[in-house]
Design a protein. Structure first.
Lengths: 97, 147
């Protein structure tokens, strides 16, 4: 996974799980991500989804305004034994500098 | 087995496209970069805006003009997941070179490409490039990270 905060990448479920520690440290209950735009392109056993997401204002990372901030999300999926599994996530905000 | 053979062949095709695309980036060849993009290509770029749709050769050319000579554009750890007609791949890119303002660039960033096959041709439908953002309240772009 390529996440919004560092590190550059996380590989495997152990590293992925650790990335949520930072988020939940500042995350208040009942605040969630909103999907603003979503486009899914699916084949028989490989698919990808492209989204614009909103992160709620009640997180440490969000600006103080009610609106939170927008970020980009790309997800890659594979069908494994009949079930779709996410094998790649890329979250980001554009770099201002 | 037949399916496995197809997938392996698709992966080889996609690696060739990624190689060709990266070579066009190094050579500052905007037409070569755009040649692999789908008509409705959606780009999440390193810099704002949040997203762009369609080809923007003038934006690429403007960015190319900020580099002296060839651009160092090394693709590291390319992973390709390919079905018969839908695929995605991800890699780290090491961007290096001299800028026209006299500075030297040396940045690692993340790249995800999503492709679909139209007829016999793989097209890049979506590209997502980014650096992490420091979530320490500063919102600084993390351009100094190394793998």
């Amino acid at each position: 996974m390529f996440d919004v905060p560092p590190p550059l990448r996380s590989r495997g479920m152990d590293e992925y799980g650790k990335t949520w520690d930072l988020f939940f440290k500042y995350h208040k209950p009942l605040q969630a991500f909103d999907i603003e735009e979503l486009e899914i392109t699916a084949g028989e056993d490989v698919a990808f989804a492209v989204a614009i997401m909103r992160c709620g204002s009640a997180t440490f990372s969000g600006p103080p305004e009610q609106g939170g901030f927008l970020f980009r999300l790309t997800i890659g999926l594979r069908k494994i034994d009949g079930a779709w599994r996410i094998t790649h996530e890329h979250h980001s905000v554009p770099a201002d500098d | 087995m037949a399916n496995q053979t197809l997938t392996t062949s698709a992966e080889t095709e996609i690696r060739l496209i990624v190689d060709s695309w990266a070579q066009a980036m190094r050579a500052k060849d905007a037409a070569g970069v755009i040649a692999h993009q789908a008509r409705d290509f959606v780009q999440f770029d390193l810099a704002p805006p949040l997203q762009t749709v369609g080809a923007h050769p003038e934006g690429l050319q403007g960015w190319f003009a900020t580099w002296r000579g060839q651009i160092g554009y090394e693709i590291i750890d390319l992973h390709v997941i390919a079905g018969d007609d839908i695929a995605f791949c991800h890699a780290l890119i090491h961007l290096t070179g001299s800028r026209t303002d006299g500075s030297e660039s040396d940045v690692w960033f993340r790249n995800t490409l999503c492709l679909r096959k139209t007829g016999d041709v793989w097209e890049i439908a979506h590209g997502h490039e980014s650096v992490p953002m420091h979530m320490d309240g500063s919102f600084r772009a993390a351009i100094d990270l190394k793998p």
